[in-house]
Design a protein around this ligand. Structure first.
Ligand code: PLP
Length: 414
């Protein structure tokens, strides 16, 4: 109890310090102009949003939202148990087709899905969670443990450890929980190896691909970039099927909308309709979100691959530059999430002041949210950025590298 308390205190202290001393924490945004934002009288380039495809600014999608809200009102007044506007089955059918999944179920957020669904899948069995999995997955697993499941953690990428744990897991059902494209490092896991192990040990792989959906997809001869085509997420990107796999994803990143989904067999969907509290009792997503998802799916089909091609091109410009400078990035897979750790003797607060002065708005990554050698900042490139904005980012990274602000590969030992 004491150590839990002191860990919490340490986290609070770090976060309070950032909140008090930097502008890039708890900021109030006064205006948006493309990928520029205004805070007070200060304009910055926004590298902190996860609007990867630029759908938040897309005129066709914005127009469609108004039309649908006039038709359906601002908000469906029912929990999904009671009734769902026709927009819901339309989304679920189109999404199942996009993912090549047997069926899909949509609920407001991924966090709600983890809390509601992991305990149902785990029952009184065994849950194995990767250590770097997103906090919201961890919360779902802790809830499952409170309801009777056994919980163990395995090191990210350590398939031998996972296999030992699967072999030792006598209590079925067995559930392995992990991130798809990692939200902090941008790494794409070797999901095929995890899927093989789960099938071998009769376990279900539960994978949260919040950051892969809309960005990576099936590989094709006519793909516009190594991200693949259609943005239909990590399972299709690796050419895998959904046997023994539950894929979770969300529209709140690439599709700029408040909605999330599970790709599941219809039998499991039907079970969740009576067992998942969020289906039974939560308020639904607003009509604007449902409308922007449907419009986003249309735009994705027509222009998505062109946007992903641009997203890849601009991301690669930044990454090639970072790698040529010999500074560390945790990104080895060219996804648009670029984390740059700072040098050991640098202060994150000072670095944030410099970023602010240079008009660059980023996500700060403080300890203990990340390990001490990964403290730094994160950039997310989107298709709505311009090459001029990438130029200014690259110039700033060069200056930071010259000043010794960024962690160098020799310091990291990579
Ligand atoms: C991997 C991952 N899972 C879940 C979430 C939370 O998603 P939601 O806002 O839909 O609850 C995030 C948000 O950043 C995320 O990065």
């Amino acid at each position: 109890m004491t150590s839990t308390r002191s860990r919490l205190d340490e986290r609070l202290h770090q976060f309070e310090e950032l909140r008090a001393e930097t502008h890039m924490w708890d900021a109030v945004i006064d205006e948006v102009d493309g990928r520029r934002i205004r805070v007070g009288d200060h304009w910055l380039i926004d590298w902190a949003s996860c609007n990867y495809l630029g759908f938040d600014l897309d005129p066709e999608i914005i127009e469609a939202v108004g039309v649908t809200v006039r038709e359906w009102g601002t908000h469906p007044g029912w929990s999904r148990m009671l009734g769902s506007p026709r927009l819901y089955p339309e989304i679920e059918e189109q999404l199942a087709e996009l993912l090549h999944a047997p069926d899909t179920l949509v609920l407001p957020t991924i966090s709600q899905i983890h809390l509601a669904v992991i305990p149902v899948l785990a029952a009184q069995g065994t849950v194995l969670i990767e250590r770097l999995a997103h906090k919201t997955i961890y919360d779902g697993c802790v809830h499952a443990r409170a309801l009777g499941a056994t919980l163990h953690r395995f090191h990210t990428g350590d398939l031998t450890e996972l296999e030992d744990q699967l072999r030792a897991a006598v209590n079925a059902p067995r559930l392995v929980c992990m991130d798809g494209v990692n939200s902090m490092t941008g790494e794409v896991p070797d999901l095929a190896a995890y899927i093989r192990l789960c099938r071998q040990y009769d376990a279900t792989l539960y994978v949260d691909d919040a950051h892969g959906f809309g960005v990576i997809g099936e590989r094709r001869a006519d793909e516009t970039s190594p991200y693949g085509a259609r943005g239909n997420s990590i399972v299709r990107h690796l050419g895998e099927s959904y046997d023994n796999v539950v894929l979770v994803g969300g529209f709140s990143k690439a599709y700029s909308s408040l909605l999330a989904f599970l790709a599941v067999p219809t039998s499991l969907k039907d079970l969740l309709k009576v067992a998942a509290p969020t289906y039974l009792y939560s308020g639904p997503s607003p009509t604007a979100s449902l409308a922007s998802v449907l419009a986003g799916l249309r735009v994705n089909a027509v222009r998505g691959d062109r946007l992903r091609g641009e997203l890849y091109r601009m991301t690669k410009r930044v990454l090639d530059h970072v790698r040529a400078l010999g500074v560390v990035t945790l990104n080895h897979d060219d996804t648009p999430i670029i984390e740059l750790p700072i040098a050991a003797d640098e202060s994150l607060v000072d670095v944030s002041h410099e970023l602010w002065a240079r008009g660059q708005f980023v996500t700060l990554a403080p300890y203990p949210g990340v390990p001490k050698d990964k403290v730094g900042f994160r950039i997310q490139v989107t298709a709505a950025h311009t090459d001029e904005q990438v130029d200014s980012l690259i110039a700033m990274i060069s200056d930071f590298a010259a000043a010794g602000t960024l962690r160098r590969t020799e310091e990291q030992g990579v």
